[in-house]
Design a binder for this molecule. Structure first.
Ligand code: SAH
Length: 293
């Protein structure tokens, strides 16, 4: 980070203001290390994504169009894309300084360089113990800023009572780390289809002092997966529908499903009923839903 001669690349995406969140999400999906959003007139925004390596604009564009589709926006919501080169010191230091810890219930998600500390990290006057989770931003999905991650953290705080925990699609490892820090005696397993994410999650777990407690594995749930008291799967609606039999099979307590858009909720619910699972609770944040079976 001390290499100030290093050049970074920014992609400026001009879009309609309503699609701002979809564009921010898309830029992160396309590999941006961070984003910054500024108004551009009354109806539009400029969302800048910062990239370590020279990004392939066509590829970024196709990821952004996918993101717009996921959020139900027309392709024309993205008005223009421009690439720009920036000096490292222009944004990295600023961005780090501006990165605020994200609070979700008792959890505080902070980057490694943040100086928040555990007890009394934030003066709330409440009696519950605060748990700081340190995550290196921009490496994999799950930095605490996304609604689905926050919905899952809330469900974990509410329903995990120790024992065993399975995190399907662990990304940065954030949910497994949260469960491990809540219950140091719990048996925690975390899987991800993406082997690179598993490496990042392992590193984040070490950073949080729970590297030994979590069993990370590249892969997914299948018939061989050990059952757990709480199974958390923050994936996407269609992937959850596919995996539901295995997910239900491995959970012997609560099953937390997220990454589901409210438009996909009905399909997931009817598949659950088909499989004989009834009695679920729903929580929502924006268009994102969590379902606790
Ligand atoms: N648990 C994190 C990350 C969720 S993103 C959080 O809540 O923030 C979803 C992750 O699931 C991605 O890292 C992706 O690689 C992984 N994934 C996608 N499909 C999967 C599957 N079928 N099995 C296991 N992991 C999967």
């Amino acid at each position: 980070m001390s290499d100030l001669s290093k050049r970074w690349h920014a992609i400026d995406a001009i879009a309609i203001s309503d699609a701002c969140e979809a564009i921010e999400y898309g830029l992160m999906e396309a590999g941006a290390l961070g984003t910054e959003t500024n108004a551009a007139g009354s109806a539009n925004v400029i969302v800048s994504g910062y990239f370590d390596l020279d990004p392939d604009v066509e590829l970024v564009k196709s990821v952004l169009l996918d993101a717009l589709r996921i959020y139900n926006f027309a392709p024309a919501s993205l008005i223009d894309l421009k690439v720009r080169e920036v000096a490292a010191r222009d944004w990295l230091a600023e961005w780090k300084k501006d990165w605020q810890p994200v609070e979700v219930g008792r959890f505080i998600i902070a980057p490694p360089w943040s100086d928040v500390t555990e007890p009394g990290a934030i003066a709330t006057g409440s009696s519950i113990d605060r748990v700081v989770i340190r995550i290196e931003p921009g490496m994999a999905f799950g930095t605490g800023t996304h609604e689905t991650t926050r919905l899952c953290l809330k469900a974990i705080e509410r329903y995990f009572r120790g024992g065993s925990f399975l995190d399907v699609g662990t990304g940065t490892g954030i949910l497994a780390i949260a469960a491990a820090k809540m219950f140091p005696d719990a048996r925690i397993e975390a899987v991800d289809a993406d082997a690179e994410a598993v490496e990042i999650a392992r590193e984040n777990a070490r950073l949080n002092g729970v590297g030994e407690q979590i069993d990370f594995r590249a892969g997914s749930v299948d018939e061989q997966t050990q059952s757990a008291d709480l199974v958390c799967a923050n994936l996407t609606g269609p992937v959850i529908v596919d995996l539901l039999p295995s997910l239900l099979g491995t959970s012997c307590g609560h099953l937390v499903l997220s990454g589901i858009l409210d438009s996909q909720l009905e399909v997931v619910q009817s598949r659950l009923l088909e499989l004989g699972a009834d009695g679920f609770e729903i929580d929502q944040d924006g268009e994102w839903v969590v379902l606790v079976v």
